[in-house]
Design a binder for this molecule. Structure first.
Ligand SMILES: [Zn+2]
Length: 160
Protein backbone atom coordinates (compact mmCIF):
# COMPACT_ATOMS: atom_id res chain seq x y z
CA UNK A 1 0.00 0.00 0.00
CA UNK A 2 1.09 3.57 -0.66
CA UNK A 3 1.63 5.93 2.20
CA UNK A 4 0.14 9.42 2.09
CA UNK A 5 1.92 12.66 2.82
CA UNK A 6 0.12 12.70 6.17
CA UNK A 7 1.44 9.21 6.99
CA UNK A 8 4.97 10.35 6.18
CA UNK A 9 4.54 13.45 8.38
CA UNK A 10 3.56 11.28 11.35
CA UNK A 11 6.47 8.90 10.70
CA UNK A 12 8.80 11.90 10.48
CA UNK A 13 7.62 12.91 13.97
CA UNK A 14 8.35 9.37 15.24
CA UNK A 15 11.89 9.52 13.89
CA UNK A 16 12.37 12.95 15.49
CA UNK A 17 11.14 11.54 18.83
CA UNK A 18 13.59 8.64 18.39
CA UNK A 19 16.42 11.11 17.90
CA UNK A 20 15.30 13.06 20.99
CA UNK A 21 15.32 9.81 23.01
CA UNK A 22 18.83 8.96 21.84
CA UNK A 23 20.09 12.44 22.69
CA UNK A 24 18.63 12.06 26.19
CA UNK A 25 20.39 8.71 26.79
CA UNK A 26 17.47 6.44 25.91
CA UNK A 27 17.09 4.13 22.91
CA UNK A 28 16.04 5.66 19.59
CA UNK A 29 12.36 4.80 19.33
CA UNK A 30 9.38 7.15 19.04
CA UNK A 31 5.66 6.62 18.41
CA UNK A 32 2.49 8.61 17.79
CA UNK A 33 -1.20 7.69 18.25
CA UNK A 34 -3.52 9.28 15.66
CA UNK A 35 -7.33 9.14 15.59
CA UNK A 36 -9.59 8.54 12.59
CA UNK A 37 -9.71 12.28 11.82
CA UNK A 38 -5.93 12.53 11.74
CA UNK A 39 -5.56 14.24 15.12
CA UNK A 40 -2.52 13.30 17.18
CA UNK A 41 -3.89 12.00 20.49
CA UNK A 42 -0.66 11.05 22.25
CA UNK A 43 3.03 10.64 21.53
CA UNK A 44 5.97 9.29 23.45
CA UNK A 45 9.49 7.97 23.03
CA UNK A 46 11.65 5.33 24.65
CA UNK A 47 12.50 6.01 28.32
CA UNK A 48 14.50 2.99 29.48
CA UNK A 49 17.65 4.71 30.71
CA UNK A 50 16.65 4.55 34.40
CA UNK A 51 16.46 0.76 34.27
CA UNK A 52 12.82 -0.04 33.43
CA UNK A 53 13.17 -1.78 30.07
CA UNK A 54 9.39 -1.96 29.56
CA UNK A 55 9.20 1.78 28.99
CA UNK A 56 8.62 1.54 25.25
CA UNK A 57 6.50 4.25 23.61
CA UNK A 58 4.15 1.71 21.98
CA UNK A 59 3.39 0.20 25.40
CA UNK A 60 2.78 3.67 26.83
CA UNK A 61 0.40 4.39 23.92
CA UNK A 62 -1.61 1.22 24.61
CA UNK A 63 -1.97 2.08 28.29
CA UNK A 64 -2.83 5.70 27.53
CA UNK A 65 -5.47 4.59 25.02
CA UNK A 66 -6.98 2.14 27.52
CA UNK A 67 -7.50 5.06 29.90
CA UNK A 68 -8.52 7.78 27.41
CA UNK A 69 -10.02 6.36 24.20
CA UNK A 70 -13.42 4.64 24.05
CA UNK A 71 -13.17 0.94 23.12
CA UNK A 72 -15.13 1.36 19.86
CA UNK A 73 -12.88 4.24 18.77
CA UNK A 74 -9.59 2.44 19.44
CA UNK A 75 -9.84 0.24 16.37
CA UNK A 76 -10.13 3.36 14.17
CA UNK A 77 -6.79 4.76 15.36
CA UNK A 78 -3.38 4.37 13.75
CA UNK A 79 -0.13 3.97 15.66
CA UNK A 80 2.89 5.31 13.80
CA UNK A 81 6.24 4.20 15.13
CA UNK A 82 9.90 4.52 14.21
CA UNK A 83 10.55 0.81 14.87
CA UNK A 84 8.19 -2.14 14.61
CA UNK A 85 6.51 -3.12 17.88
CA UNK A 86 8.29 -5.72 20.00
CA UNK A 87 6.20 -8.71 21.22
CA UNK A 88 5.33 -6.95 24.50
CA UNK A 89 4.04 -3.89 22.69
CA UNK A 90 2.29 -5.92 19.97
CA UNK A 91 0.42 -7.80 22.69
CA UNK A 92 -0.51 -4.60 24.55
CA UNK A 93 -1.70 -3.03 21.27
CA UNK A 94 -3.91 -6.03 20.50
CA UNK A 95 -5.28 -6.40 24.04
CA UNK A 96 -6.32 -2.76 24.07
CA UNK A 97 -7.91 -3.12 20.61
CA UNK A 98 -6.01 -0.42 18.73
CA UNK A 99 -6.05 -0.21 14.92
CA UNK A 100 -3.44 -0.22 12.22
CA UNK A 101 0.32 0.10 12.80
CA UNK A 102 2.66 1.89 10.40
CA UNK A 103 6.34 1.40 11.22
CA UNK A 104 9.40 2.95 9.62
CA UNK A 105 11.96 0.22 10.38
CA UNK A 106 11.15 -3.45 10.89
CA UNK A 107 12.34 -5.65 13.75
CA UNK A 108 14.10 -7.81 11.16
CA UNK A 109 16.06 -4.78 9.96
CA UNK A 110 17.05 -3.91 13.52
CA UNK A 111 18.20 -7.49 14.18
CA UNK A 112 20.23 -7.40 10.94
CA UNK A 113 21.89 -4.10 11.85
CA UNK A 114 22.78 -5.32 15.35
CA UNK A 115 24.30 -8.51 14.05
CA UNK A 116 26.27 -6.46 11.51
CA UNK A 117 27.69 -4.46 14.46
CA UNK A 118 28.34 -7.55 16.60
CA UNK A 119 25.69 -6.64 19.20
CA UNK A 120 24.06 -9.57 21.05
CA UNK A 121 20.31 -10.07 20.63
CA UNK A 122 18.11 -8.89 23.50
CA UNK A 123 16.18 -11.16 25.89
CA UNK A 124 12.94 -11.05 23.84
CA UNK A 125 12.56 -12.66 20.41
CA UNK A 126 12.19 -10.09 17.60
CA UNK A 127 8.92 -11.56 16.31
CA UNK A 128 7.01 -9.60 13.66
CA UNK A 129 3.85 -7.88 14.96
CA UNK A 130 1.56 -10.31 13.14
CA UNK A 131 3.14 -13.33 14.81
CA UNK A 132 1.92 -11.92 18.12
CA UNK A 133 -1.16 -9.97 17.00
CA UNK A 134 -2.38 -11.66 13.79
CA UNK A 135 -5.36 -9.36 13.12
CA UNK A 136 -3.62 -5.98 13.37
CA UNK A 137 -3.14 -4.38 9.92
CA UNK A 138 0.50 -3.38 9.50
CA UNK A 139 2.50 -1.35 6.99
CA UNK A 140 6.29 -1.15 6.87
CA UNK A 141 9.18 -0.88 6.62
CA UNK A 142 9.37 2.49 4.86
CA UNK A 143 12.57 2.79 2.83
CA UNK A 144 12.99 6.54 3.03
CA UNK A 145 13.69 6.44 6.79
CA UNK A 146 16.03 3.44 6.71
CA UNK A 147 19.41 5.17 6.49
CA UNK A 148 18.54 7.71 9.16
CA UNK A 149 17.22 5.10 11.60
CA UNK A 150 20.17 2.81 10.98
CA UNK A 151 22.49 5.67 11.91
CA UNK A 152 20.51 6.46 15.10
CA UNK A 153 20.66 2.80 16.14
CA UNK A 154 24.35 2.59 15.32
CA UNK A 155 25.01 5.56 17.59
CA UNK A 156 22.86 3.99 20.30
CA UNK A 157 24.70 0.66 20.04
CA UNK A 158 28.18 2.10 20.25
CA UNK A 159 27.11 4.21 23.25
CA UNK A 160 26.21 1.08 25.24
ZN1 LIG B 1 8.14 -2.69 22.78
Amino acid sequence: MTLTKVDLTHLRRCVDLAREALEDGDEPFGSVLVDARGQVLFEDRNRIKDGDHTRHPEFEIARWAAAHVAPDERVTTTVYTSGEHCPMCSAAHAWVGLGRIIYAASSAQLVGWKSEWGIAAGPVAALPINHVAPDVPTVGPVAEFEAELKELHRRSSVAR
